[in-house]
Design a protein around this ligand. Sequence first.
Ligand SMILES: Nc1ncnc2c1ncn2[C@@H]1O[C@H](COP(=O)(O)OP(=O)(O)OP(=O)(O)O)[C@@H](O)[C@H]1O
Ligand SMILES: [Mg+2]
Length: 226
Amino acid sequence: MWETVTTGLSGAVVTRRAGVYRKTSDDQGHDLVAEGERLRWLRARGIPAAEVLTCRPGLLETAEVPGRPASEHWPMADRPRIVDALADFTRRLHALPVAECPFDRRLAVTIPEALAADVALDMLDAERAGWDRDQLVARLVATRPALEDLVVCHGDLCLPNVLLDPVTCEVTGVVDVGRLGVADRWADLALTTRSLVGDGDRFLDRYGIPLDPAKLEFYRLLDEFF
Ligand SMILES: Nc1ncnc2c1ncn2[C@@H]1O[C@H](COP(=O)(O)OP(=O)(O)OP(=O)(O)O)[C@@H](O)[C@H]1O
Ligand SMILES: [Mg+2]
């Protein structure tokens, strides 16, 4: 029996059984072959990521990553260690050589994708609640950063997509890497800090970067389109 994990908002369904996670999608926009390729690419570079067992159009099966998602309830005493482990992991990912990454998520790629995408206007972040599509697009175009500080980004680096060992609090692996590619580091930092809520400052300190409010806002806005 496959047990349902999520019926994803973006069209993918995730189920699990005896150490295997299965992701299926009939949505053309949800490319599970691209996701499998990115998982393999990460693991080949020593970054902990789910091992691909089966990968073909519409189906991705991965071996269960041990540990618990960072989004689950953790004892208060563990939170600083979790935040630090997430920051250290993010630095390690962002230290991969950009020139060796075949996946491109620069703004030259993602802005045209955003402009062609449907937006779930009922799911916007609180700062943009009630905006219509034209307002989102106008703000996106007006606030596009001139320069991109390029690294290898996970692309959806929020807490449910990172698993940690409950004893050591070390990152055991990441999942959901369909949008991994070369992009500004704030593409990840904006989403991780949003996901961490009150622990965002500690995360940025440990990562070692001052807050960039303009990029933070821009990359959260860009994420509304995906
Ligand atoms: N190999 C795995 N090992 C452990 N947990 C996994 C694995 N694959 C998926 N999961 C769990 O299932 C959840 C959902 O999987 P995933 O993030 O790939 O789907 P999703 O967020 O619904 O997808 P998308 O954002 O692409 O629509 C993850 O947050 C994670 O907790
Ligand atoms: Mg996910």
